[in-house]
Write a protein that binds this ligand. Sequence first.
Ligand code: CMP
Length: 144
Amino acid sequence: MAGPMDEAAVKQHLSKVPLFSGLSPKLLHTLAATARDKSYSAGDVIVRQGDKSFGLYIVVEGKVDVEKAGKTVATLGPGQFFGEMALLDEEPRTATVKAAARSRCVVVFSWEFWSSVGKDPEALRSLLKESVRRLRGSAPAPED
Ligand code: CMP
């Protein structure tokens, strides 16, 4: 895997992420200038259930497994994101996310998120929509 991405490469990746498709060039620029890319080997823990950390991760290469109590509940690939739950409520991480292969993520830190994506209602809406979809997916079936 190549070395760290420069700002232009980060911007190029972020511009292809559906979540950010409505961001103005200015907000996308702010986001890219402050985001960091991180590389992982297969098996690396990226975020751990119960930890307090508030970055939003966008997968740009490879794939990651989302695990709850040791069970894989989802696998995410390029263009998908994770970490939005702790970002939104500042509570501990709800799941452990591990690299399922050599992977690369762009990390948007919470304070940078709120000054860029947080200003775009459409981006916030799609983030919340995906978050709710994940919660619905893991909710117990209603009792009859
Ligand atoms: P967060 O709780 O901040 O950190 C762990 C992340 O795993 C969580 O945010 C979501 O992004 C992700 N996650 C949790 N549950 C699911 C799920 N059922 N499907 C997909 N992703 C999930």
